[in-house]
Design a binder for this molecule. Structure first.
Ligand SMILES: NC(=O)c1ccc[n+]([C@@H]2O[C@H](COP(=O)([O-])OP(=O)(O)OC[C@H]3O[C@@H](n4cnc5c(N)ncnc54)[C@H](OP(=O)(O)O)[C@@H]3O)[C@@H](O)[C@H]2O)c1
Length: 291
């Protein structure tokens, strides 16, 4: 049985739904089993037949983390370390989800797992600290760094864009940050592929969708796909703007494309291309009231 921690978040819900679809036994916890309290984790695990732990919980408010780094650290570092300690105590592997924000975004070719990390902000620092604590506390870990996550649950760029296309006359979207979107469904498939294989190829891996784009191009593609499927009635003008027009507390990475070569080689998977996954996602939400 898989223990999905953070089962009420965007990825946690997607992963739980995929387990239901594939008939894979799982049990989910969220805030009621606080990951910052190691004894809460221990007591939960004690009478369950857990084979894998997947940690989808995190402090994910990237901007707010600049003012609340201590709280973010408690969840993203101490909490992740607690989960690793408990997974080691009960002798099962854990899968942790990490982020492209561990890099400073100054690169110009896809980041490999071996590239030097250098987070530019509090969120990235706390997630990186979590990676390090996990490696200290258990040998049986997979850390999957992902980026630009979207899906049918929670707040994310694709859902926000579709809502704004209906509400606004035009939109400005930044065109000078490059990355790769990741459909939460594809990441969930990858997680379950690792579990299904009962893999022992522990370590750090990168997983996002294949290909690269900018937020501006991504928004245009969402608009085309949503129009084609009747999710919106018309396309509104989308204007490319540069990041300096949006003063922010957090320096967003200019370049955050992750290389998927390692995960593709080791697990023999073909990583889906972002445009194809976006189309599949849009298809999957057609007819839903909360699209
Ligand atoms: N979203 C992205 O674009 C993105 C990009 C790269 C990497 N990631 C990583 O991907 C993972 C999943 O992200 P997501 O967007 O699905 O996150 P999310 O929607 O924010 O979900 C996180 C869940 O964890 C819960 N949680 C927070 N603190 C907890 C605690 N102390 N104990 C137990 N549960 C707690 C949250 O509850 P509350 O809602 O009550 O706080 C929420 O239900 C995270 O590790 C994130 O860092 C995300």
């Amino acid at each position: 049985m898989i223990w999905i921690i953070g089962c009420n978040g965007m990825l946690g819900k997607e992963l739980s739904a995929l387990c239901v679809e594939k008939n894979i036994p799982f049990i989910g916890t969220d805030r009621e089993c606080d990951i910052t309290d190691i004894n809460a984790l221990r007591s939960f695990a004690v009478d369950k037949k857990i084979d894998w732990i997947v940690n989808c919980s995190a402090y994910t408010a990237v901007d707010k983390a600049e003012e609340e780094e201590e709280i973010a650290y408690k969840i993203n570092a101490i909490g992740a370390g607690n989960i690793a300690a408990v997974s080691s105590e009960i002798g099962v592997p854990m899968i942790q989800i990490s982020t492209d924000y561990v890099f400073d975004g100054k690169g110009s070719r896809p980041y490999a797992e071996t590239d030097p990390v250098n987070p530019a902000g509090a969120y990235g620092r706390t997630k990186l600290a979590g990676e390090k604590l996990i490696a200290e506390k258990t040998d049986k870990y997979f850390i999957l760094r992902t980026a630009w996550l979207y899906g049918q649950y929670g707040n994310n760029f694709v859902r926000t864009m579709i809502r704004l296309f209906k509400e606004k006359e035009s939109l400005n979207v930044v065109c000078d940050q490059k990355g790769s979107p990741t459909w939460a469904y594809d990441l969930s498939e990858m997680i379950l592929a690792i579990v299904k294989k009962n893999s022992t190829s522990y370590g750090i891996y990168h997983f996002s969708n294949e290909g690269e784009t900018t937020w501006y191009e991504f928004a245009c593609e969402i608009s085309h796909a949503a129009l084609a499927k009747g999710l919106i009635e018309k396309e509104i003008p989308i204007n490319p703007v540069t990041t300096d027009k949006y003063p922010s507390k957090v320096k967003r990475p200019e370049y955050s494309v992750l290389s998927k070569k390692k995960i593709a080689d080791i697990f023999g998977v073909t990583v889906p291309v972002w445009k194809e996954s976006l189309k599949k996602y849009i298809n999957s939400i057609c007819g839903r009231n909360d699209a």
